[in-house]
Design a binder for this molecule. Structure first.
Ligand code: MN
Length: 290
């Protein structure tokens, strides 16, 4: 099942190229959820509600995807985690950029650890990527994103996939520069996510998912999660050895080689298997608010 959020915080089930409105279910689930719960109530409720969502979707008229504004498919989650240096050829590319000098953080993910991005950097496909520092290099990083489905800590690899609600495509955008990594990667709009979540049953092996990234018509990235240094299971085990994971939590799994700059006016497309669809997002100028 493919689940999206669209327009003014509506919940949809995507069937073919149409969105079927199931917001009534979202209203009911949220109303029953304690305010202080950690994580996203709709994601937490998916196992119980799936059948009802499918029934509701079958009865709701479909609206073409092209006519809705896609938002980030999760509304409320506790943290956005990301894996650095999780593809060997990307590690080599970063070292080449530094003229062979090793990263101060190291390229061994087990030693460097994961990092966190601000939740406020996450946007859906319709929202665009606003570039705040057009004079600096702003890079795309195409990544598979894991959406956690249930609360857990110290999760072993053998049970890791039981904690996955689904997957989406994501971009871990980066302003290059000397500041702390989390600071540079947490600019508003620098964590696009979408176009929807496909539930875990549609991705039988998350460690064999092909994906590409195009900027306009130029292919920049072309890889497969089979090339990850830490598999999805190992990333979940690693993340949950530091943090309790909650429903809706996002885990960006790292980017392969081919990262490069974007500028306002560019269109970035991440494509993968049909279940994950295409994340298409426009790069635009930042509008000063004050
Ligand atoms: Mn990344």
């Amino acid at each position: 099942m493919k689940i999206c959020r669209f327009d003014n915080d509506r919940l949809g089930v995507v069937i073919g190229d149409k969105v079927h409105d199931v917001t009534a279910a979202q209203d009911q689930i949220r109303a029953a959820a304690p305010y202080a719960m950690k994580g996203d109530a709709v994601i937490a409720a998916l196992p119980d509600w799936r059948g009802r969502l499918e029934e509701m979707a079958a009865k709701a008229p479909g609206v073409p995807l092209s006519q809705v504004k896609l938002l980030a498919p999760v509304a409320r989650w506790t943290k956005t985690m990301a894996a650095p240096t999780n593809y060997q050829k990307h590690i080599a590319e970063m070292e080449a950029n530094r003229a062979g000098a090793p990263s101060k953080m190291g390229s061994d993910i087990g030693k460097a650890g994961l990092f966190l991005k601000a939740n406020s950097s996450v946007v859906g496909a319709s929202e665009g990527i606003p570039i705040r520092f057009p004079d600096r290099r702003n890079d795309h990083e195409a990544e598979l994103v894991v959406i956690i489905g249930k609360t857990g800590s110290d999760i072993p690899q053998s049970r890791a996939l039981d904690h996955v609600a689904g997957y989406a495509l994501g971009l871990d955008m980066t302003v290059r520069g000397p500041e702390d990594r989390s600071f540079r990667k947490s600019v508003d709009g620098y964590s696009p996510l979408g176009p929807w979540i496909c539930t875990a049953d549609e991705i039988p092996d998350p460690d064999n998912v092909p994906f590409t990234l195009h900027v306009n018509d130029e292919k920049r990235q072309d890889s497969n999660t089979a090339n990850m240094v830490y598999s999805v299971r190992r990333l979940i085990e690693f993340a949950s050895s530091f943090y309790t994971l909650h429903p809706g939590d996002l885990l960006y799994t790292g980017t392969p080689e081919g990262v490069g700059p974007v500028k306002p006016g560019d269109v970035v497309r991440v494509n993968s298997v049909p279940a994950l669809g295409e994340l298409r997002i426009e790069v635009r100028a930042h509008e000063m608010k004050n």
